[in-house]
Design a protein around this ligand. Structure first.
Ligand code: UD1
Length: 433
């Protein structure tokens, strides 16, 4: 298993580039299942979840070409025929977003079998809202042997009211409704930019969707969808992670290839914390850390509120701010696993249910720490960048799920970070011989 070795203390200076959004690319790839024509997607991030999605689509019979180059990261998916409309447990357990194929498969094939994802590190994360939504569109759902099976000759448009806001639930249903007979009106939808990006792709494919990005989405079902070409939006979570790294690192960092409109909640909190962020160009922001950081409370909410996916990274910043910051996690019930690791590095953090109270500023010192999930790992990287000494972060496969070569990008702006892999036993014996 790979580890990161990070020596803290270097200011970050220069330009760091943001990749395409993993959370927009995954539903876009699933959307390719809705048509027998090729769907070409650009700005696909080179991260492990995309490889998992590729395996998932190929396991159903889709052809997936995936190419990463200096200038272009792209994929072309052609789901001409889908022999096996199924998402197996082996893939779903490594990536919950695999459940995004449920809606497209039942809409296109009339049947879908998708493994239930089970719990994950940050909470229970059920998919009951996806299931209830599909039932509203006329699907018959059975659950057996750990799999959800959905059947419908043709889905029928209907009113769908989400009891709770769900991002992938909104996306799953939107894809299903695109091929349904008649009109679907979905209320209390997620307003995330990734939902709007998916609707933009679906409309290019011939769908008739209005209102994506607001809480009411209206979808007039069509008989058939066609191939299309689409560029995935920038990753706002990766951008936020780099901006926070710049704020912590005490340098002068340009974060390019991002969309500042998607980062308003973060910018407001950074301003309160005393960090200067300036928009330099439509896709570039500059972060300058000047003077002491001030404590700031955050409370995670659905978009456009402060994103839960940036909570862990913000906690790393809070450890370096003067005073007490209260961080409230409202989206997932168990998303403070990074706090204990930050404490091992010298942070003063007390957890009270859904609230974490961070008292700063405490000097951080290097330690051996464990990455527990994707965004938690990112917070440990940020903490290590300002810690005294050499931090070793184990299980960085979590970070590879959603960050494209983060160590190379950070090294490019002055961080001292390297990846070390474990020598496999066979290779070790060859070296010894
Ligand atoms: C997506 C993002 C993830 C982000 C999350 C919240 C992708 C691939 N992943 O995950 O990075 O952290 O949004 O912004 O886009 N819930 C239910 N029943 C359901 C579905 C969800 O109770 O059927 C609950 C969840 O347990 C959670 C809340 O609703 O407490 C929000 O979850 P949801 O928005 O669905 O998260 P994901 O779409 O899985």
């Amino acid at each position: 298993m790979d580890k990161f070795v990070i020596r803290g203390g270097n200011p970050l200076v220069g330009t760091i580039r943001v990749s395409g959004a993993k959370n927009a690319a995954l539903p876009a790839m699933a959307a390719a299942l809705l048509t027998d024509e090729p769907v070409a997607l650009e700005n696909i991030p080179d991260v492990r979840d995309i490889q998992t999605e590729r395996k998932l689509l190929e396991s159903m019979g889709a052809e997936v070409e995936l190419g990463y180059g200096r200038a272009h990261h792209r994929t072309t998916i052609c789901a001409r025929s889908l022999g096996r409309p199924e998402a197996a447990y082996e893939l779903v357990k490594t990536m919950r977003a695999s459940t995004l194929v449920l809606g497209p498969l039942v809409a296109r094939c009339g049947i879908a079998r998708v493994s239930l994802p089970g719990g994950c590190a940050i909470g229970a994360r059920p998919i009951d809202l996806h299931i209830k939504g599909l039932e509203r569109l006329g699907a018959t759902i059975t659950t057996e042997h750990g799999y959800v099976e959905a059947r419908a000759e043709r889905l029928k448009g209907n009113q769908v009211m989400f009891e709770k806001i769900t991002v992938t639930g909104t996306e799953d249903l939107m894809m299903a409704a695109a091929l349904a007979d008649g009109e679907t009106v979905m209320e209390n939808c997620a307003r995330e930019p990734e939902v709007a990006d998916l609707a933009a792709l679906l409309n290019k494919m011939g769908a008739d969707i209005e209102g994506a990005g607001t809480s009411t989405i209206r979808i007039r079902g069509v008989e058939k969808l066609r191939g299309a070409r689409h560029r995935i939006i920038p990753d706002r979570v990766e951008a936020a992670t780099f901006i926070l790294a710049g704020a912590l690192g005490g340098g002068d960092l340009l974060v390019s290839g991002c969309d500042p409109h998607h980062l308003t909640a973060l910018f407001q909190k950074l301003e309160e914390a005393g960090v200067r962020v300036r928009v330099m160009a439509p896709d570039t922001v500059r972060v300058m850390a000047e003077g002491e950081l001030r404590s700031t409370d955050i409370s995670t909410e659905e978009y456009p509120g402060f994103p839960t996916d940036v909570q862990a990274q913000f906690m790393a910043l809070a450890t370096q701010a003067e005073g007490s910051s209260v961080i409230t996690e409202n989206i997932f019930e168990n998303r403070f696993m990074h706090a204990q690791e930050l404490v091992r590095m010298g942070a003063n953090i007390k957890i009270e249910g859904r609230r974490a109270i961070v008292r700063g500023k405490t000097p951080l010192s290097a330690a051996a720490v464990l990455a527990s999930d994707l965004r938690a790992s990112a917070s440990l990287v940020l903490a290590a960048l300002v810690a005294d000494g050499e931090t070793i972060i184990d299980r960085v496969y979590h970070i590879d799920r959603g960050y494209e070569r983060i160590e190379e990008k950070l090294r490019g702006v002055g961080a001292q970070i390297k990846r070390i892999g474990e020598i496999l036993p066979r290779r070790a014996s060859m070296l010894a011989g």
